[in-house]
Design a protein around this ligand. Structure first.
Ligand SMILES: [Zn+2]
Length: 312
C-alpha cells in the first residue's frame, strides 16, 4: 500500500462517489468481511480534517459506529442527511444522553489537510493483506476454541488482544526472552520490580494493583487480589447478576486489561506523554464508548456511568 500511494495517508475517496482504485477495492472487501462478521466495516475509518469528503451521518469517523446509527433521533431531524462534515452547522439540538456526542465530535476532528482513510486494525492505520490475514485466521480459530471469550461489545482489536493474553502470546519481554530474542533486560517496563510476565503485568504489578483497586471503588464491588491471569476470568465467571451487569463487567475487565497493555506499550515505545494518571480516565472513557456505542439498546448516560457503571 505504501508503495502504491506513498507513506502519507493520501487515500481520498469521497464515499458518495463510486470509485475503483486500491482503497475502493479494500473498502469493498472489508464490507464483505463485515457481512461474514470477520472484520467490522467500522474499522475502515475516515480521518476528518477539512470535512469536505466525509459524510457526517454515514461514514464512521467519530466513535465506533455511524452517527446515523448511534443518534437515530438526531439523524431523523437532520435537514440534510447526506451532508458532509464540512456542511454541518454546529448547532445540533441535543437532549439528555446525547451531550456525549459533542465530546466525540471534538475528539474526532483533526487539524489541517484533507480527509483520508484509515484502517483501525492496521499498524499505523495502514491496510495490509498480512494483518487482515492474521485477523481472518484468528477469527476462524476463535470459532473452534472453547477458551475464547469473544465480547461483541469490545472492538475486534481488543478481542484479539484478549485472545493473545489468554494464550500467553503477548510479546512481553519475558516471552520474547524465552523465545530466544536477545533483550537488554526482561524487567517490567511499568515498575522495573519483576520480570515482565503476563501474570506480573496484569495482576501483581503495582500499576495493575492500583487500577484493580480503583475499579473496585468505582464499581462499588469487591475485587480479590489476582495472582495469575486465569484468576481474573475465574472471578468474572463467579459474578452473579443480570445479563446487563455481566455484559458491563465483561466490557470493564476487557477494557482495563487493554488500557494496562496500551500504557505498557506507551512506556516501552512512547515519548513519555502518556502519564500514569491518565490510565484510569482512559479506562472510564473507552469502556463507556465501547459499551454504549456498539449497540443502541445498551445506551447509558455518561454521568451515571462515571458514578458507578454497574448501577442500572
Ligand atoms: Zn510491574
Amino acid at each position: 500500500m505504501v508503495s502504491c500511494h506513498g507513506a502519507d495517508d493520501g487515500f481520498n475517496i469521497p464515499q458518495n462517489v463510486r470509485v475503483g482504485g486500491v482503497w475502493g477495492g479494500i473498502v469493498k472487501v472489508v464490507k464483505s468481511l463485515d457481512n461474514l462478521d470477520i472484520i467490522p466495516y467500522a474499522s475502515m475509518r475516515r480521518l476528518v480534517r477539512d470535512g469536505h469528503s466525509t459524510l457526517f451521518w454515514h461514514d464512521v469517523w467519530c466513535g465506533e459506529s455511524r452517527l446515523a446509527d448511534s443518534f437515530p433521533r438526531l439523524f431523523a431531524l437532520a435537514a440534510n442527511q447526506q451532508a458532509t462534515v464540512a456542511d454541518i452547522k454546529w448547532r445540533i439540538p441535543l437532549r439528555g444522553g446525547e451531550e456525549h456526542l459533542l465530546l466525540q465530535l471534538e475528539l474526532a476532528l483533526l487539524p489541517g489537510g484533507t480527509d483520508a482513510w484509515r484502517w483501525d486494525l492496521g499498524h499505523d492505520g495502514l491496510f495490509t493483506v498480512k494483518e487482515a490475514r492474521v485477523i481472518i485466521d484468528l477469527k476462524s480459530l476463535l470459532e473452534v476454541d472453547v477458551q475464547v471469550r469473544w465480547c461483541k461489545l469490545l472492538p475486534i482489536k481488543v478481542n484479539v488482544f484478549l485472545w493473545r493474553l489468554v494464550h500467553d502470546r503477548l510479546p512481553t519481554r519475558w516471552s520474547l526472552g524465552i523465545r530466544g530474542i536477545t533483550l537488554d533486560h526482561i524487567m517490567c517496563p511499568m515498575c522495573d520490580g519483576a520480570p515482565e510476565q503476563i501474570h506480573h503485568l496484569f495482576c501483581r504489578c503495582p500499576v495493575a494493583v492500583v487500577l484493580w483497586e480503583a475499579m473496585a471503588r468505582w464499581c462499588q464491588i469487591q475485587i480479590p487480589t489476582f495472582l495469575v491471569v486465569d484468576d481474573i476470568w475465574t472471578w468474572v465467571d463467579m459474578q452473579n447478576g443480570s445479563q446487563i451487569r455481566k455484559a458491563v463487567l465483561d466490557v470493564l475487565v476487557g477494557t482495563l486489561l487493554w488500557v494496562i497493555w496500551t500504557y505498557r506499550n506507551a512506556t516501552v515505545f512512547g515519548d513519555g506523554s502518556y502519564r500514569k494518571d491518565m490510565i484510569f480516565d482512559n479506562f472510564t472513557l473507552f469502556s463507556f464508548n465501547w459499551y454504549t456505542f456498539r449497540y443502541r439498546n445498551c445506551r447509558r448516560n455518561w454521568n451515571a456511568w462515571l458514578l458507578c457503571p454497574l448501577m442500572n
